[in-house]
Ligand binder design. Structure first.
Ligand code: KIV
Ligand code: ZN
Length: 511
């Protein structure tokens, strides 16, 4: 039985989803969750994009011990050197370098001849080999590249030392039958193909990213590049959970399996959804809230009699747990931390006191603390640590039918308190305006959403606020049983994050 390697690119291609930017701390917590899930390779970022991106890759490289940490680089010396430097602390470093090979990209974007592209690709791989033996090469837009030219480039880069060849369907144009055959042909026609692992990286523009990836696996690909919740550029990438569970569930068809601990799938999906502010649609396979819910009487009856009548997977195998009442105000520290651990979350030692204080404050307001409440509390802790600039000290909002709501806010910044008052269209609008009177972020509100974390009128509302300024886009989250307070917190977290540098888009500015 072969191993199918899982290469997760949530932190790189996933972050290219408009609005899905993540801070360094958030990336680190996702990287830890991916390692716990036993992802083979984690693409941590594109270090040339910004100093912050470089730091994020370095930190992930220095932290992870099991998964390979991969760093993306265009086929340019400066990119490769930066990627190599960022990986210095890694136990298992990989450099992933790419250049486009389709006629349209070579002519219109790169303005390079095919010969120049081959030369640049070979040079890039050789340079990357100075930093690590583990070098991956991608012919960008391979789905639309000429097959003969693709064979020529790939043969040359394998000779130059690439040991993984990743075939991207960059624009999501391929159909499963063609894409699978293309992979089979490359493996068959390239004389040194046995010296490399063939990988695929499919985009979902036609909704075929998972189907194309699986077709490729059936034709010999042994690495799939994918993201949690299918996040990624435009319509996204192949979703990790769907690829992994398709291969695991259909072992009658696939001659390989992954190393993934599938019980970590749902917790990681929830983490990524909270961090990015991208909700998971209820009917999404594997990780959607309804993925294992049976509504029709006939189905319910069947499942109760014999589960396999309507279920091909077990909910607990992918990490769904009953959203039980697990904790309350009398729960001890050990019970709380045990639950945090079971949910695949972490709170650093030095932040435990503050975390327990916030738990207690929540438990005083809300008697029953569910898993989802705990998850949100931990995520908020990560954000406060990350962006702890302004603290919300007090918020008072008056709202009465027929009058204009008014908010009064007091914030603390570096030990000083500042108050302001503002009217607004509603209580949330008034609160944001009052906060702006103090912080003057001059940002634009791009998204405001509220989701109830659990059910019931005493549930916490989880608010996501997306702000943009000068091309930078950030998300802030806040959770509280009072959604106006949750909103104010989320707004302040986003304002804090705006201070961080925006990342350059890897495929905008190629050479
Ligand atoms: O979609 C793509 O082609 C990419 C490459 C960088 C592999 O993301
Ligand atoms: Zn991509």
């Amino acid at each position: 039985m072969d191993t199918l390697k899982i290469f997760d690119t949530t932190l790189r291609d996933g972050e290219q989803s408009p609005g899905a930017s993540m801070t360094r701390e958030e990336k680190l917590s996702i990287a830890r969750a991916l390692e716990k899930m036993r992802v083979d390779i984690i693409e941590a970022g594109f270090p040339i994009a910004s100093p912050d991106e470089y730091e994020a890759v370095s930190e992930i490289a220095a932290t992870l011990r099991e998964s390979t940490v991969c760093s993306l680089a265009r086929a340019l010396d400066k990119d490769i050197d930066r990627a190599g430097d960022a990986l210095k602390g890694a136990v298992r470093p990989r450099i992933h370098t790419f250049i486009a090979t389709s006629p349209i990209h070579m002519e219109q974007k790169l303005r390079m001849s095919p010969d120049e592209v081959v030369e640049r690709a070979v040079d890039a791989v050789k340079r990357a080999r100075n930093y690590t033996d583990d070098v991956e090469f991608s012919p960008e837009d391979a789905g639309r590249s000429d097959i003969d030219f693709l064979c020529r480039v790939v043969e040359a880069v394998i000779d130059a030392g690439a040991c993984t060849i990743n075939i991207p369907d960059t624009v999501g144009y391929s159909l499963p039958v063609q894409f699978g055959e293309r992979i089979g042909q490359l493996i068959e026609r390239i004389p040194n193909s046995d010296k490399a692992v063939f990988s695929v990286h499919c985009h979902n523009d036609l909704g075929l990213a998972v189907a194309n990836s699986l077709a490729a696996v059936l034709h010999g690909a042994r690495q799939v590049e994918c993201t949690i919740n299918g996040l990624g550029e435009r319509a996204g990438n192949a979703s990790l959970e769907e690829v992994v569970m398709a291969v695991r569930t259909r072992q009658d068809t696939f001659a390989c399996d992954t190393n993934i601990d599938t019980t970590q799938i749902v917790p990681t999906s929830k983490l990524v959804s909270s961090v990015t502010g991208f909700p998971v649609q209820p009917n999404k396979a594997i990780v959607g809230a309804n993925a294992f819910a049976h509504e029709s009487g006939i189905h319910q009856d069947g499942v109760l009699k014999y589960r396999e009548t309507y279920e091909i997977m077990r909910a607990q195998d992918v990490g769904w747990s009953d959203n039980r009442i697990v904790l309350g105000k009398h729960s001890g520290r050990r019970a709380i931390m045990d639950r945090v651990d079971k949910l695949g979350l972490e709170v650093p030692e030095e932040e435990l006191d503050e975390f327990f204080a916030r738990f207690k404050e929540l438990a005083d307001r809300k008697h029953q603390i569910f898993d989802a409440d705990l998850r949100s509390l931990v995520l908020e802790e990560v954000e406060i640590r990350d962006t702890g600039t302004y603290q919300l000290i007090d918020l008072e909002v008056t709202s009465k039918m027929g009058t204009t709501p008014v908010a009064r806010v007091t914030l603390e910044y570096q030990g000083e308190q500042y108050s302001a008052e503002a009217p607004g269209g509603g209580p949330v609008d008034a609160s944001f305006r009052a906060i702006e009177e103090v912080v003057h972020s001059d940002s634009e509100l791009q998204l405001y959403s509220v989701n109830n974390i659990t059910t019931g009128t005493d549930a916490q509302g989880e608010v996501t606020v997306r702000l943009s300024k000068d091309g930078a886009v950030v998300n802030g989250h806040g959770a509280h049983t009072d959604i106006v307070i949750a909103s104010a917190r989320a707004y302040l977290v986003a304002v804090g994050k705006l201070a961080q540098e925006p990342a350059m888009h890897p495929q905008l500015d190629h050479i």
